[in-house]
Design a protein around this ligand. Structure first.
Ligand code: HEM
Length: 252
């Protein structure tokens, strides 16, 4: 067996002996475990977006079937285009976008990542822009107020800006910045999923939210998602920096 620096000091890799005292074939479970762990991330992301996506399907069915117009849905019937554009593109962005984060999929099928990425840039921009349009021009439903209005303008613009910066980064070949900005854009987009959770937990703990607590719970979900995104971005940057400095010191 060839020795290398990684198995120095380790016990020789002796397989289990079977009843005939022949070495039993070793099954390497590590790659299989790694592969299933890789799919955990998109699975969790899709689960997180499940509630807003289901709400979107419900709203589309309501609009298509001409359901009864009530004070709660009148704004969507009066101006259906932005909400339809928003829901359709948000569904593609949330579902397809989740797979862009699977490293092995990205490495094995770079063509797929590029093609899906172009579609996702268009969808993400339409989600953010239609969200901003609804914020600016839909009448406020009961429970919405100035703080939520400001949060939507801030994070909606942040999502649009992140997608543009992520796209510009990959056009100039800066993969690290591309990944960082697209991770931020996806985190802001998925604020809709986290909002369903924060509002649910808030209501369980303190009862129906006031205008202020609703805005704070919704704002908190964007902050939580962005904090997780920053942690992921930094965690990915550290091993790369270590590898680079190890390579430099090896050459010295
Ligand atoms: C992938 C991410 C997103 C998903 C899945 C999503 C989902 C939805 C859905 C299903 C609705 C319709 C709600 C209803 O029928 O009552 C909606 C409405 C809306 N969304 Fe999003 N959304 C996302 C991102 C965003 C972002 C980033 C903004 C930021 C501006 C935003 C702002 C809005 C606004 C203002 C409305 C109208 C709310 C109302 O008038 O009640 N959304 N969204």
């Amino acid at each position: 067996m060839k020795a290398n620096v990684y198995n120095k000091g380790r016990a020789p890799n002796v397989g289990q002996l079977d009843e005939l005292q022949k070495p039993a074939p070793q099954k390497n479970k590590a790659p299989a475990r790694k592969a299933s762990a890789a799919w955990l991330v998109p699975t969790l992301l899709i689960l997180l977006s499940f509630i807003p996506l289901a709400a979107g399907v419900f709203r589309l069915i309501q609009l298509a079937s001409g359901a009864e117009i009530t004070p709660a849905n009148a704004r969507f019937f009066a101006s259906p285009l932005p909400v339809v554009v928003h829901i359709v593109n948000a569904s593609v962005f949330a579902l397809l976008g989740a797979f862009q984060f699977v490293t092995r999929f990205r490495n094995r099928r770079p063509g797929w990542h590029r093609a899906a990425g172009r579609l996702l840039v268009a969808c993400g921009l339409l989600v953010g822009l239609s969200g901003l349009w609804m914020t600016l021009f839909y009448p406020w439903p009961k429970g919405d107020g100035e703080l939520l209005y400001a949060f939507r303008l801030l994070f909606g613009s942040g999502m649009v800006a992140s997608i543009i910066l992520g796209f510009a980064a990959i056009r100039r070949g800066d993969v690290i910045q591309h990944r960082a900005w697209m991770t931020r854009a996806y985190a802001i987009g998925l604020g809709a999923g986290t909002q369903a959770l924060t509002l649910m937990v808030g209501e369980l703990i303190a009862g129906p939210p006031s205008e202020l607590s609703r805005a704070l719970l919704m704002g908190a979900s964007w902050v939580i998602n962005l904090a997780i995104a920053e942690w992921v971005i930094r965690r990915q940057a550290v091993p790369r920096a270590r590898t680079a400095s190890a390579a430099v010191s090896h050459l010295q």
